[in-house]
Design a protein around this ligand. Structure first.
Ligand SMILES: NC(=O)c1ccc[n+]([C@@H]2O[C@H](COP(=O)([O-])OP(=O)(O)OC[C@H]3O[C@@H](n4cnc5c(N)ncnc54)[C@H](O)[C@@H]3O)[C@@H](O)[C@H]2O)c1
Length: 339
């Protein structure tokens, strides 16, 4: 079968590079409304066919799978048409621009018996996967809180807030690590540059287990920070995606509380032990993600980032955006994902 990539803007070429390298495909078709973008694609990847006609993609029986890298507002409507044309669907993050649209996509995929996968790229990233192994193995002990910074200068989007643009990454990472979705979302933000489009946001979350998290995102910042700190009862973990080699560091640090035996005895003891940076595989997350999509098509396996995973992220994004705009926290159901 052939695969089609729809959307050849900023992110599309990264998917195209991996599609062209994907074994077992009979060809790659790239579709975009903009002929200049298609020309650039053809220059960079001479083997791809190009078209401006989305209907032609849907009508081509040789195309069995479609990958959408178009603006977020188009994910729902274009994705629905792909599934109705009986083709497997990969949608870049976030799955849709509302929970209603995300649910429609899930229903359409079930009805057509086609694979639906969302591009939560970081769930395929070696440091995120290694951190999950450490958390699952109890190396950090019970997790107390998580603090995230994802800020840099640009790229300002014209149609969505910084929440819909950047936070899908952190929501997908946190929900994957903690195996739960939040029960409380509160967001605070501001539209500093373009009126009506918040470009900075501070989001607070609470999870059913009691874990709390803070996520700071901005398109306005003096330097690029991609730092997540996970503070556990036994150890602490820092994931810094801007580091070239030591992206993960596990700190054997913490504070132990002792019941005092004598009056006036100091009750806290501070531990400062080793800092360990585990060796990580250097596999490209996007490549793993694209391979996983085709593996699921071949085997009928459910993608690890399936429609339900996409819906959870969209639900929390919707809550954060509502909270930011109304000034009130939003309470969600908050579910254990392995229950
Ligand atoms: N996984 C990641 O790390 C990552 C990073 C960046 C962007 N993204 C996601 O990728 C998607 C695209 O983002 P972008 O920054 O590349 O956007 P973009 O605006 O640069 O590109 C979108 C492209 O889609 C085309 N397009 C729009 N409507 C179309 C239609 N109906 N038919 C055909 N082509 C159409 C546009 O002409 C444009 O070339 C978004 O969902 C974004 O969230 C993911």
């Amino acid at each position: 079968m052939k695969a089609a990539l729809v959307g050849a803007g900023y992110w599309g070429p990264n998917l195209a590079r991996n599609l062209v390298a994907q074994r077992g495909l009979d060809g790659v078709v790239v579709c975009d409304l903009d002929p200049v973008k298609l020309e650039k694609m053809k220059e960079r990847f001479p083997s791809v066919e190009t078209t401006r006609d989305f209907d032609a993609v849907l009508g081509d029986p040789e195309i069995g799978a479609v990958l959408l890298a178009t603006p977020i507002s188009t994910h729902g409507p274009l994705g629905l048409r792909v599934l109705e044309a009986n083709k497997h669907l990969f949608v870049e993050k976030p799955l849709a621009s509302s929970t209603a649209e995300a649910r429609q996509l899930m229903q359409a995929a079930d009805a057509a018996g086609r694979v639906l996968m969302v591009g939560h790229t970081f769930e395929f990233s070696p440091p995120v996967l290694r951190a999950k192994e450490m958390i699952d193995a109890g190396e950090l002990g019970d997790i107390f809180f998580i603090s995230v910074m994802r800020v840099n200068l640009g790229l300002h989007q014209r149609d969505v807030s910084v929440i819909w643009d950047l936070v899908p990454h952190d929501f997908s990472i946190l929900f994957h690590w903690l195996k739960e979705s939040p029960c409380y979302v509160n967001a605070f933000g501001r539209d500093c540059v373009q009126k009506g489009i918040p470009d900075v946001a501070f989001i607070n979350l609470r999870f059913p287990s009691g874990v709390i998290a803070n996520i700071e995102v901005a398109w306005l910042a003096p330097s690029k920070l991609r730092r997540t700190a996970v503070v556990g009862q036994k150890k602490m973990l820092v994931y810094d995606d801007t580091e070239n080699v030591e992206k993960l560091k596990l700190y054997d640090q913490g504070v132990d509380f002792h019941d005092p035996e004598t009056f006036g005895e100091y009750q806290l003891s501070y531990r400062t032990g080793d800092i360990v940076s585990p060796r990580l595989s250097n596999q490209e997350p996007l490549r793993m993600e694209v391979e996983h999509f085709f593996h699921c098509i071949q085997t009928g396996e459910r993608p690890k980032t399936d429609g339900a995973s996409g819906l959870r992220v969209v639900e929390a994004l919707e809550a954060a955006e509502t909270s930011l705009r109304t000034g009130h926290p939003v309470h969600l159901e908050g579910r254990r994902l392995d229950a």
